[in-house]
Structure formats: C-alpha cells, structure tokens
Write a protein that binds this ligand. Structure first.
Ligand SMILES: [Zn+2]
Length: 1097
C-alpha cells in the first residue's frame, strides 16, 4: 500500500516447518527455547506486549499502560530480546512470579543464567517522565552473549506473562469464547476459498457465501477465524467420509473485541482430512473507506452513480467475508460476483464466464488465484470503462476509470506496461498472473493498494490530464504505479510473516520506485529526490517516540500505525545504503535469490539478510562461508579485509534499533578521528549510550573525489589519509542513513567551499550539508549562526534538491514564529524584537515590478535571483518545472510583489474566461494562491472545484482554498469537507492539515480536531495514516508552553480513544523541542538577521 502523500502508502510456512514448531513448543511453555534469529511474532505478542504493560504497575497497584516504554525496551541485541520473550512464556506457565519490587513503583529486574549456568541479575527503573527505562545494555555486550544464555524474567506481577489468563473472554451471547488471543491458532490451515458475493448497490447491502477448505494439524472441534461486522446466518462443516459427503451444522460464537468467530463442531476434526466450512452471511457496504465499501461519483451531467470497491489491507478482508485474516495464512481464492447487467465486475483474476442466475442478475466467475494472503483479495462492481495493452511477455494491462475520465488513462497505461516489463526483467521471475488491472477509485483513503492483479488508486494518483496535470503529478503517478507493481513481487509473491516486518515489503517497494523509474524514465531524474525521503523520516526517527523498523505489533490499531514513514522511508533508505555498500549488482543478486527462494511463502527480516549473506560487495571481494572479504588491492583502508562482512549483523543494527547515528569527525593532520553516537534532537541522555551501528562510512576530500569507504563497527576509530586535506565530506551523496558533524573548523571549511565553488561537490552533497547543519543546531552541536551562514551560498544555487532542502529548513522557522500570538510573545520575548524578526523574516514590504527586494523576507531575498529568472511556462525538465512551481508559490504567498502582480493578472484573465483559459499547469498553484485571497476569487474557485473533472486541478484549488486569510471561509471549508459530499471525505485530512499550517487558520483547525474527535475516529480509524497526518498537521508546529499543555491535556483525556497513539507522543515531543529551539535561538536569529550578511555577498 502507499499512504496518501501529504504534499502534494494454505500458510506458506508449512506445518512441518522447524521454525514454526519451535515457536509452538515454546508457547506451550515446555521446552527449552531455541529461536531463529528474527523476533518470533507469537512470543513477542504474548510476552513482550505483556511486559511493556507490566512496567507501569505503580506503587498503589494501579495498572497504567506505558506504550512509549516499549521502544527503549527493544534491546539493540535481538538475541537478548528473544530469550527474554521465551523465558517469559515459561514463567507464565510453570513458575510463579517471584520477584518483589525493591523500589516503590516503577521498577523491574531480570534474573538470567549466563555462561556456565551462573545466575546473574540486571535491574532498572522507569524515569520520572515514565517514558523510558533507565537501564541500557550495550549492544557490543549483547552481540557476544553466549547462545546458550537463558534469561529467567521474573517480575512482581502476574500481568507480565498472564495477560491472556486474567479474564476469559465472553462471546456476544454471553457464553465463554474458546480463544483468548488476538492472533489465530495455527492448527487450522485454510487451503482454498470459494467466495460468492452479491452486492446491492441500491440498498447498499451485500450477501455472501464463503466456502473454505481447511485441514487440521491437531485434533480440535473449534475453528477460530476472523469476521467483522458481518451477520452470519448459518455455518456448516462438510467432510468426505469415503464416498459420502456429509454436512453438519456448526455452532457460531462471536467475539467482536477481537473481530473473531468460533465455529464449534460436534466432534473433533480428524488430522489431515480435508474439510469445507460453509458460512452464509450478510453485511452493509462500509460507509468508510475500508473493507467492502461504497464509492460514488458525479457524471458530467450531474448524475450521482454508486460503485462498490474493496480495500482490505491490513485487517479489513474480514469485513467482506469470514476468513483467516493474517498474512501467513495464504490460500487460493475462487471469486464469484453477482451483479446487474448494467455493471461490470473485476477481481484479482480474469473473468472465466458469466452465467445468468435470475432475471436481471448475472454471476461472474473469475479464475482461481495463485496462493496469496487475504489482504490482497479485491473486487470492484462499477460501470467503469477501460483501455488495455499487452506487455512483451503477454500480460494484459488495463486501466479502469469512470467513463468521463478514461481519456486521462493513457499515461498510466504506458507507464504500467513499461514498469511491469522492467520488473520481470529485474527480478528474473515472470509476473505470475495473466493480467494486471489498475483501477482509479473515486473514493480512496490511502494513495494506492497492491491487490494482486488488481491494483487500486486514488484518481489523482493514476489519471493524468495532459492539460491540467503538473510535472509533480507526472512524477507522482510514475512512482506510485512503480510502487504497486514492485509489490506484485515484494509483498504479494513473497509476504512478511506478520505485520511487525511490514517494512520488508513497504521499504522495498519504496526503494524499488527509485531503482525502476531511474531506468524506465531517466528524464524524471528520480535519483535527485531519494535523499529527501531520508531527510523526512530522520525528522521522525530522531524522536524518542520513534520505533525500530521491525517492531512488535498485535492489534489492528497497532498494525495500522506500522504504515508510517519509518516502515516506508527508513526501510528504503537503509536498503539504499546496503545497495551502495554491496554494489548494485550484488544487491540485485541477493534480491533475486530471496524472491526465488521464498515465492508464495512468508518471510522475516533474517530471510532477506541470509539471502544477501553470500553476496559480496563490489570491487575485488570474495565470498567465503557467507562472509565477504576484500582482496589485498582494495582502495580503501577497510575493516572488511580483516574481519569479513556479515550482512545480517550489520543490518540488524539498522532494523532492530530505532534512531540513527551521528558521526562526529575530527581531523588532526592526516588522522581522521570518527566517533558514533545516537542522534537525538534534544539534550543528550546519559542512558542512551548503548546504541551501536555498523556504519558504512564514505567520504571524499579536497584532494580526491574518488569515494573512500570504511565500515565503522566500533564507537570510535581513526582513519589515516595519505596527505593532509583542506576539507573532508562524509556520507557521499547522502547514501548512508546517518548525519555527520565536523568538529573544530570542519564546518567553516565546508561553508567556505560552498561559498567559493559549490559545484565542487554534488547537489545531493550540498543538500545533505544543509540538512545536517540544521539537525546539529537542534541538538546543540552547531550554532544557528553557522547554519544560517551556510545557507547564504543558496543565492547562487540552481539545483532543485539543495534549494528544496534550504526551504525545508528555513520555512519551519517562519512557521514557528507565525504561530505565536502576541500574549505569548510578550511573555517570552521583547515585542519590538519579535516585530523586528517578523519584518525580516515573514513579510515582504517591497513593491513594484523590477524593484530589488531589499526590505523583503530573508528567504525571498536569498532566492530572488532564482525567482526572477523563472519563466511562467511549462518548459524545461521535470525538476526545473517542480522547482518553478514551488518557488513561485513561495514568492506569491510571501507577497513578493513581482510575483503577486503577475499572478493577479493571470487569475483575472482565467476568471474572465470562466476558467476555460489554459494556464501553464506548473504556475497554476501560485495563480490560485493569489486569486483566492479575494472573496470573489475564493467563491469562483470553489464553483470551479465542483465542476472540474481533473483531480490535479481540484487538488490545487483545494490547497488554495485552505490558505485563504479569511477565517469564516476557512471554518466553512472545514465543515463542508468534513461532510464528505461535494468535497470527498478522503480530502479532509489534507484540508485540515493545510489550514493547520495557515497562520490565520491554525487555531480553527486545532479546535475542529478537538471538537470532532469522536467522529474523526469513526471515519478514519485509530492508528490510520490519515489520523496521524491530522494530529501532526494541526499541532506539531506549536512552540509555546501554553499550547503544549493544551495538547497534552486534550490527548490524555481521550484514554483508549487516542491517548496511546504514537503520533500523540511524537507531536508532544516535537512541541517540546520547538519550545527549546525557540528559547535558544530566537535572539540569535534576530542579531544574525540584523547583520545583513546577505547584503554583503
Ligand atoms: Zn506499499
């Protein structure tokens, strides 16, 4: 899946699998545990989730959930974590909990047996903030713990390990429900589903019959599976008894809290025999955008038409048919859809035949799918039109869209064909289905979804209007199609075993967007944008409330929360780092090996690393027993030569630890001292010394532009250069997921280089210097003055990424200033000082075309040459066009008069022509942003919004409406878009976020979020990316203590309706950082601006 972008995301581990058996034995509390190296989902679920709850038993015995403690408890050494989980299970089953809490409240300890069976003890306690455990064990220690280590984890409360025993669940009819866990038992295995669905698009209901062929691996008379909001009328069990086929009724129990049902058979199922469960049920088409849901659209003539579509990932297949809704329960699916003749139905596989079952009722039969997970099943009933093409290998590719928009499908069709051909070649595995449909759905919450053979998209992310879509739309469509098609292999063919390893598919699909599109569409120069993804996620990953890429999750809300930037972007960035390290060819070989080995199966982290293990880095390396070593002629003074390369150990340091390293570089003559530590935005925390990464360092110097490489595996190390250098730049091209601090005069040398000859280093290197400098301001390593000095060279910059990065660093400074009302300012600063900064930073006082903007906002003055040089056309490369679009928008919003006047003239012309004038698409946003500030212009734009058939144009209008300075109009827009009528509900998160960033609108957005929270979590579920976007969008730019208290108070009052969300922790932490940042830097910025350094250039 691809979340929506805010700018504008039969079980294959067979029952004989030794890994599975080991887990089962452990969870049965008996045997000594010996786990494969990846976190075992079941044990994590039972124990680790239990454990983190147990941390917060207070002195008075109150049980308080402390979700934020969990990431810190994810020990960097995975081995220790596994053992802890395992022993916890043992404690639950056989051993009475026995340790007493020696300190009041929040304290714990471990007992464990070390080498030789000697019993040892470790203990720790929560900090007062209750957000972290003070104990940290150095990774270095843990990596060398003996494999026979057995930890006996003992605590003072039974809740540690017995959460499941504490309360027997009750079914909805009051009788005991026979299964207490969130995850399904493993002894019933679905093999094949026969689905019959009949939806009524008038009554908005559907009926269905699901027949599931199952086998049992142990005798049981209970079948547990998922079902959510379905009314089950009848369930029977068919079995073949010799020649005779018998059918027995099953008793149905429902347990809505876990979205499960239990089917009780009169007698136990016989192991190994095939059975078929038949369930008749009915349901309502969902009003929200998950499960089997209703979507509508308006034709050119104004008629409203209804269609029904599906979106199942991660846990909504159970809303359309009862099923074993976990990704490891793979099965084959035969889908039959009943429909009226005026509609058509599409599903994962091609149509085999249509039969008439009654007058005016047809039944479409689709071919049997390959073996796949439930979340990938899809079907759509609509009146869509389609266009098609064949790939070279004979796969039929079609685009489906509403009839009025099918003429916008050509670009997506050509792109999909090209990309499918690319992936077949790259992965060396043919696409296994005969067809690939791409459908544009009018109502769609996320960006797109990779259902096998039937990928689904937002209209704006698939349809390209040659007249109205902009350069960034084209880039977005190409990348999204690339993402979903990559999933056909990464995710669909090879699937993560459980959602804790979601990154295995999402990180990969995000990464493959860049790998594929850079080959298939070189003109888009996508390599330029990759590092932007890494900068984005580092903002989040620098917070204590971040989480490791691979993180234990259990319930649907936690699973939904995994669809975040860490899974997607950090996943992609660490894969890019690995590819840069291994070489593109070696990386590809590992990927191909992984896909071939695990086709139609499920995997964990370690399976990927094992596939890479005997693949060697580039140059002259050799493979030896799964390790690589560099030959004697290697150009770099690499540690690989001495110790070999262990991909798994290296990558575990990136996937099992949250955060990323800060590398501090000190040059002393020819010696380069390097040191690694965890990067945190805030002040250093003494308890965070245990982090250690295997960092593939790269660098260039003033004397050599050939890339030198060095794998840093220890806290500190020293490199020796052949000669002394004037400057050194680490993390070449920002291919590594780390930031770099240059001590002493290191930053001065680099600023000097940028000032006199910035093109000596690549544009990505320049962008990374800007990013790193401001990151270092946040954690106090570099002064704000030095970071601002470095940005001065942007006056001569013309490349998109350094300019964008400059904007990304400087605009948030503006935003923090804008969102302070004068009372707050008076409390914290001198009013004159604030006004002064305001005048320097926020407003343009300049007027008149051609007049130099001496008294204009700093940012505009910095970029004025570049802005003045922009043509108001659609000419140039995609990156030139995107740069133009952003610069003109910035200039017009910041009231740079030459821009405003030109945009006003364009808007007048466009309005006079009743919107029929064709504006250059890349300047449209700036034109609308100016036009909307006049009330009449606002109304005109809204009228055009209602009739526009171009989703690109609609997106631009939506954005423009949200940046109005008229509070009444903003309030009206919030209410109107929340209705989800003319403006679709899927657009609401964007609108709320845009108004939340608007200096006039942000109090309205924050108020709206609070007043409508209950309704919001109905429409966008807890943990969803949309909800996260709204929480962050409305609150994360606050920078005052009063606002921080407001935010804390509101979210803590929500209890189970939102207090526990990770995004809440993130925003609270971010506001705290903003306050600290403003306290520290405001006065310095004022003085720096007064110095008018820019004018001296
Ligand atoms: Zn995806």
């Amino acid at each position: 899946m691809l979340p929506d972008s805010p700018v504008r995301q039969r079980r294959t581990v067979e029952k004989t699998s030794p890994q599975r058996h080991t887990q089962r034995e452990c969870s049965a509390f008996g045997k000594e545990c010996s786990f494969p190296p990846d976190p075992p989902p079941i044990l994590q679920r039972r124990c680790f989730a239990g454990a983190r709850h147990a941390f917060v038993n207070s002195r008075r015995g109150n049980r308080r959930l402390l979700r934020a403690a969990q990431p810190r408890f994810s020990f960097p050494g995975s081995r220790l974590r596994r053992r802890a989980s395992c022993a916890c299970q043992e404690g639950a089953g056989r051993r009475a909990p026995r340790a007493r809490l020696p300190l009041p409240g929040l304290h714990f300890h471990f007992l464990f047996r070390g080498r030789g069976g000697r019993r040892q003890r470790r203990e720790g306690s929560l900090s007062k903030k209750m957000i972290s455990l003070s104990i940290k064990w150095p990774l270095a220690t843990m990596l060398f713990l003996p494999s026979s280590l057995l930890i006996l984890l003992t605590v003072s409360t039974r809740s540690w390990c017995q959460s499941s025993d504490a309360m027997s669940p009750k079914a909805s009819n009051g009788t005991p429900f026979p299964w207490e866990k969130m995850r399904l038992p493993e002894h019933i295995i679905p093999v094949h589903y026969d689905l019959l669905i009949h939806a009524n698009l008038t009554t908005l209901t559907f009926e269905g019959t699901t027949e599931i062929e199952i086998t049992a691996s142990q005798p049981t008379s209970t079948i547990i599976l998922h079902s959510h909001r379905l009314q089950i009328s009848k369930a029977t069990l068919k079995k073949r008894d010799g020649e005779r086929l018998s059918a027995e009724p099953l008793t149905v129990l429902e347990y809505p809290a876990h979205e499960q049902i239990a089917l009780l058979a009169p007698e136990p199922l016989v192991v190994g025999l095939p059975y078929v469960v038949v369930i008749d049920y009915a349901g309502h088409l969902s009003e929200h955008l998950q499960g089997f849901y209703k979507s509508t659209y308006r034709t050119k003539e104004g008629e409203v038409r209804v269609l029904a579509s599906t979106h199942f990932e991660p846990t909504a297949a159970r809303m359309a048919f009862p099923c074993f809704d976990e990704p490891a329960f793979k099965a084959n699916f035969s889908v039959k859809i009943r429909r009226e003749p005026r509609h058509l139905a599409i599903s994962n596989m091609p149509l085999v035949k249509s039969v008439t079952v009654a007058e005016g009722l047809l039944e479409d039969h689709f071919a049997v799918t390959v073996k796949m997970s439930t979340y990938l099943v899809a079907f759509i009933i609509s009146d869509f039109k389609s266009i098609s093409k064949m790939t070279k290998s004979g796969v039929k590719v079609s685009i489906y869209a509403v009839p009025d928009k099918i003429h916008q499908a050509d670009y997506a069709l050509d792109t999909a064909v090209t990309l499918l051909e690319f992936y077949e070649d790259y992965f060396r595995i043919p696409y296994p289905l005969p067809k690939q449909d791409l459908a544009a759905i009018p109502d769609f919450e996320s960006g797109a979804m990779e259902n096998w053979g039937l990928t689904t998209y937002r209209e704006s992310i698939l349809l390209f209007d040659a007249e109205k879509s902009s350069a960034s739309d084209k880039l977005g469509i190409t990348m999204t199609v690339s993402h979903e098609l990559a999933h056909q292999w990464f995710g669909n063919l090879v699937t993560m075993e459980w959602w804790n390893d979601l990154w295995l598919k999402e990180g990969f699909a995000k990464f493959m967007e860049f790998v594929s599109v850079s080959v298939t569409h070189p003109e888009l120069k996508v390599g330029d944008y990759f590092l932007g993804k890494c900068f984005d996620v580092m903002e989040l990953d620098a917070l204590n409330s971040s989480h490791p890429v691979s993180t234990a999750v259990e319930n649907p809300a936690q699973i939904r929360e995994m669809f975040d930037e860490v899974s997607y972007k950090k996943g992609a960035c660490i894969l890019n780092m690995l590819r840069d390290y291994l070489s593109a060819e070696a990386f590809k070989s590992g990927v191909v090996r992984y896909l071939q080995k695990y086709s139609y199966k499920n995997t964990r982290n370690e399976d990927l690393w094992n596939s890479m293990a005997s693949i060697c880095p580039a140059d002259d390396s050799q493979s030896m027993d799964g390790f690589c070593s560099r030959g004697p002629h290697s150009s770099s003074a690499s540690h690989w030569r001495q110790e070999g390369l262990d991909v798994k150990t290296m990558m575990n340091t990136w996937t099992l630890q949250k955060g990323f390293p800060l590398i501090t570089v000190t040059v002393r003559g020819k010696n380069v001292h390097v040191r690694q530590e965890l990067y945190r935005k805030g002040p250093e925390d003494a308890s965070e010394t245990g982090y250690l990464w295997h960092v593939p360092l790269t660098f260039i110097t003033s004397k050599s532009d050939s890339i030198q490489r060095f794998l840093l595996k220890t806290k500190t190390d020293v490199l020796i250069l052949p000669e002394e250098v004037e400057w050194i730049k680490f993390n070449v091209g920002m291919n590594g997921y780390y930031i770099v601090h240059y001590e002493d005069d290191g930053w001065d040398s680099l600023t000097g280089l940028l000032t006199v000859a910035h093109t000596t280093i690549s544009s990505n290197d320049r962008a990374s210097l800007i990013n790193n400098a401001f990151q270092l301001v946040s954690n106090g390593k570099l002064s704000i003055e030095k970071a601002l000095d470095l940005t001065l060279y942007l006056k001569r910059e013309t490349e998109i990424m350094p300019v964008f990065q400059g904007l990304n660093e400087l605009i948030p400074m503006y935003k923090l200033m804008e969102k302070r009302d004068m009372n707050e300012v008076e409390n914290q600063f001198k009013v004159e000082a604030f006004n002064e900064v305001n005048s320097y930073m926020l407003v343009c006082f300049c007027a008149g075309v051609g007049r130099r903007p001496h008294h204009c906002a700093f940012l505009i003055r910095l970029l004025s040459d570049l802005i003045d040089n922009q043509t108001w056309t659609d000419e140039g490369s995609v990156s030139q066009r995107m740069l133009r679009s952003q610069l003109l928008l910035l200039a017009c919003v910041r009231k740079y008069q030459p821009c405003v006047q030109r945009a006003e003239a364009y808007f007048r012309e466009w309005k006079d022509a009743d919107g029929n004038l064709s504006l250059p698409s890349d300047v449209t946003l700036a034109v609308f942003a100016v036009g909307v500030q006049d009330p009449e212009g606002w109304d005109f734009l809204y009228r055009k919004y209602q009739s526009s058939l171009s989703s690109s144009e609609k997106n631009k209008i939506e954005f423009a409406l949200s940046i109005s300075q008229d509070k009444d109009k903003l309030q009206w827009l919030l209410e109107e878009s929340f209705k989800g009528d003319v403006i679709k509900i899927q657009e609401f998160p964007h609108i709320l976020g845009a108004i939340g960033r608007n200096p006039v609108g942000y109090p309205l957005a924050w108020q709206f979020l609070r007043e409508n929270w209950d309704k919001l979590i109905q429409k966008f579920e807890l943990g969803s990316a949309s909800l996260t976007y709204m929480v962050i969008g409305t609150t994360s730019q606050f920078s005052t203590r009063a606002r921080l208290e407001e935010v804390k108070e509101f979210f803590s009052s929500l209890k189970e309706k939102g207090s526990q969300l990770r995004c809440v922790q993130q925003t609270i932490e971010t506001i705290g950082e903003n306050i600290r940042w403003m306290d520290k830097n405001f006065e310095k910025i004022r003085v720096w601006l007064q110095s008018e350094k820019l004018e001296l250039l």
